[in-house]
Write a protein that binds this ligand. Structure first.
Ligand code: ZN
Ligand code: ZN
Length: 142
């Protein structure tokens, strides 16, 4: 009897963790890393461990609930927006933003097969200098 309740409690905790992770990720527009998500989640679930958050993030991205972004040379980031969209990263401050409504590449025109691969999607990350860094630079060089 006690064992059964234990299991239910654990299951409840698991769904709760996922819910909080998803809510925090949706609220954030910065495409946080696992460490950053952990910090946000811990405010609401003080008992949660980094490992738990990490495992949940991995599972949720495999299940397609969230997106995992593997940037060039940068840390893995997570995104609650699962629709196709592109990212732009500031090479100075690391700011990472969504780019919406821009058509870069048409998957249809690429063909559904490349080198024998069935193409399922693509990941494009643009790099630049954000307006904030650009203006700061302009001011300091005067
Ligand atoms: Zn910047
Ligand atoms: Zn995004």
């Amino acid at each position: 009897m006690i064992k059964r309740r234990d299991r239910i409690d654990r299951k409840f905790a698991l769904t709760m963790q996922r819910k909080v992770i998803l809510q925090e990720l949706r609220r954030s527009k910065t495409h946080p890393t696992a460490d950053e998500i952990f910090a946000m989640v811990r405010c609401r679930l003080p008992k949660v461990s980094l490992g738990t958050v990490y495992r949940n993030l991995e599972k949720m991205s495999v299940e397609g609930m969230i997106r995992k972004i593997k940037g060039s040379g940068s840390k893995k980031r997570f995104d609650a927006t699962i629709e196709n969209h592109y990212h732009i990263r500031c090479i100075n401050c690391g700011k990472f933003e969504d780019l919406h409504g821009i058509r870069f590449l048409d998957l249809e025109s690429l063909g559904k097969e490349l080198k024998g691969y069935k193409v399922k999607g693509y990941n494009l990350e643009l790099m630049g200098i954000c307006p904030h860094c650009f203006n700061k630079n302009k001011r300091s060089s005067k």
